[in-house]
Design a protein around this ligand. Structure first.
Ligand SMILES: [Zn+2]
Length: 79
């Protein structure tokens, strides 16, 4: 099973190389890794993304309380 450089089209013998040994073009991950390795990495990435997108703990209902306003209302309330 041969792999070819997407840039120069030559067969790549050493797939682990980061760059093509002929033209120096950067090798895509899909060329350098086997399908199972690539799937593993993609799964890891998707797991990370999912964890990052998880919504934070929702804040408990914070009812805006103005203690100053409350006390002043009580003070000015007629007896
Ligand atoms: Zn090349």
């Amino acid at each position: 099973m041969g792999f070819h450089c997407p840039s120069c089209g030559r067969e790549v013998y050493i797939r682990r190389r980061k760059r093509c040994e002929f033209c120096g073009a950067e090798m895509p991950l899909s060329l350098r890794l086997s399908a199972s390795q690539l799937a593993y990495i993609l799964r890891l990435k998707s797991d990370e993304a999912r964890r990052g997108q998880e919504p934070a703990e929702p804040e408990p209902h914070a009812t805006p309380v103005n203690p100053d306003l409350g006390s002043s209302v009580q003070e000015t309330a007629p007896c």
